[in-house]
Design a protein around this ligand. Structure first.
Ligand code: XMP
Length: 522
């Protein structure tokens, strides 16, 4: 049997540990190119002949080629006879390995830069041609000092005389900047020039193919074993559940741990969709009281996360034990979950917030993990959801954090506060939907502040809580801008909330971006 990979032309991305390597894959996939990312130290001659790529991209990375013992590409990469594109560190190691010279630069270059194209080259096909400038995003300390034989300069900047280089005969290209990030506006076009025009790839891969491939992989991994999938009601775990259901049928059981900290009406929607519509065996553990009991009197955000994570595991373990006999645990882990918690250099990374996934669970329960969307970004998971026929309203849902409303109630949590927040949040989201803005926004939610202020309603003095509204746009949750609602919208929504929700007498709007803020308040 041929695998999906074998039915498609393949590009290979050799990873040197850049924070944005996955974006290269994402750009390639957007242009229909099947690609895989493999760490530089796993890619050797044997790997290359087995993988048989149509082209190779060497990623950026945190090391310096001028340092002792730093990563290199296996030399067979340059003997394959296929086009090679080096990005940033990838360019520098290519230059170093092919006989050029890289030196630490006096001036480091970070952020926006304008390169000047200085030669005609298929890499810049469709750009302005020699003499024109192109906006790019740089992030490097070292720079190329002398290029190897056979190479010529195709673009430069003031600080980087070798901002882009090419050996057209061997089809080796190097760029000092990052074409994969959105801050390089025509970066995707550049990568497409490389894969399509230079490497001659047709772009024969799609989300439909990814779906089939993952289904085949899951079937192979699981065999006739049983799988348990934790369902949160969010897009990621829902897509995983439907994919696994398609792959495995009744070998899958979903466990929905209802923390009592979900949005209004959400638990019912989840149960209706999965049990009712999809007919997936579903355990609904309705444990609001348990969670709220354990959170009683706790106000520290990290403690809340730990308690919720721990209790979640407890409930999940109990329910899984009742089902019995499952050796696999499915999770909707996404790529940003992976990169935000691991440092690129392998050193300790700073924990900004300990994201609650069901971390620790598989080892404790001695289960193997099934993570079919681990390499996807949020919008790719949505595309996969559509491919699987999930309803559009479900696919487009805003992300929702595991600890739920607990981290939207700064300070101590009480059942009353949860109820107030659920009501206010529902009105806010309803107004956003009515205004047709839901899909433009990455995430919108209300935060119930532990602050009471004085108000007047009718002739009466009130002393009630302040509610903050938050809405952000984002591509991946890693950076975000606040959403610029018009004042009419904000005024209308605030009035409704204050009139309809007992316990709130003042509404404010959060205009902080990320960074310096985070999306959630805790
Ligand atoms: P922050 O607040 O860190 O959020 O800017 C980035 C994205 O992550 C979500 N988030 C969480 N998700 N467990 C989760 O599963 C958590 O503890 C958690 N904290 C934040 C947040 O909603 C946003 O989408």
């Amino acid at each position: 049997m041929t695998t999906i990979q074998e039915q498609h032309e393949r590009a290979l991305i050799v990873d040197f540990g850049s924070q944005v390597t996955q974006l290269i894959a994402r750009r390639l996939r957007e242009s229909g190119v099947y690609c895989e990312i493999h760490p530089f130290n796993k890619v050797d001659g044997a790997f290359l002949s087995a993988f048989s790529p149509k082209c190779v991209i060497l990623s950026g990375g945190p090391a310096s080629v001028t340092g002792e013992g730093t990563p290199r590409a296996t030399k067979e990469v340059f003997d394959l006879g296929v086009p090679v594109l080096g990005i940033c560190y990838g360019e520098q190691t290519m230059v170093n390995q092919l006989g050029g010279e890289v030196t630490p630069a006096n001036e480091r270059e970070f952020g926006r830069a304008d390169i000047e194209i200085v030669a005609d080259t298929p890499l810049f096909e469709g750009f302005g041609g020699p003499g024109t400038e192109e906006r790019v995003w740089m992030s490097h300390g070292d720079r190329v000092h002398a290029i190897p034989e056979g190479f010529e300069v195709i673009a430069k900047t003031q600080n980087a005389p070798f901002a882009a280089i090419a050996d057209e005969r061997r089809q080796f290209y190097g760029v000092q900047f990052h074409p994969e990030v959105s801050h390089t506006p025509r970066g995707a076009a550049l990568l497409k020039n490389f894969t399509h025009a230079i490497a001659g790839m047709k772009g024969d891969w799609s989300m439909a193919a990814f779906k089939e491939e993952e289904i085949a992989k899951v079937r192979e991994q699981v065999g006739d074993g049983k799988v348990i999938c934790g369902l949160s009601g969010g897009v990621d775990s829902s897509v995983v559940a439907v994919l696994l259901h398609e792959a495995l049928g009744d070998q899958l059981t979903c466990v929905f741990v209802d923390t009592g900290l979900l949005r209004k009406g959400e638990a019912k929607q989840v149960v209706d969709l999965f049990r009712g519509h999809y007919n997936i065996p579903l355990v609904h553990a309705d444990e609001g009281d348990l969670f709220l009991g354990k959170l009683d009197g706790v106000s520290d955000p990290e403690k809340k996360r730990k308690i919720i994570g721990g209790t979640f595991i407890e409930v999940f373990e109990r329910e899984a034990a009742k089902i019995g006999g499952a050796e696999f645990l499915a999770q909707g882990t996404l790529y940003p979950d992976v990169i935000e918690s691991v440092s690129a250099t392998g050193g300790p990374s700073v924990t900004i917030k300990s994201h609650h996934n069901v971390g620790g669970l598989p080892e404790r329960m001695n289960m193997k993990l099934v993570e079919p969307v681990r390499e996807l970004f949020k919008d790719e998971v949505r595309a996969l959801g559509r491919e699987l026929g999930l309803p559009e309203a479900f696919v487009q849902r805003h992300p929702f954090p595991g600890p739920g409303l607990a981290i939207r109630i700064p300070g101590e949590i009480t059942p009353d506060k949860v109820a107030i927040l659920q009501e206010a949040d529902a009105i806010y989201l309803e107004e956003i939907r009515k205004a047709g803005l839901y899909d433009e926004i990455w995430q919108a939610f209300a935060v119930l502040l532990p602050v009471n202020t004085v108000g007047v309603m009718g002739d009466e003095r009130t002393y009630e809580a302040v509610l903050a509204l938050r809405a952000v746009t984002s591509r991946d949750g890693m950076t975000a801008d606040y959403y610029p609602f018009d004042h009419d919208f904000l005024g209308r929504t605030a009035t409704r909330i204050i009139n309809e929700v007992r316990g709130v007498n003042r509404v404010v709007y959060d205009v902080t971006s990320k960074p310096p803020g985070t999306i959630e308040w805790e």
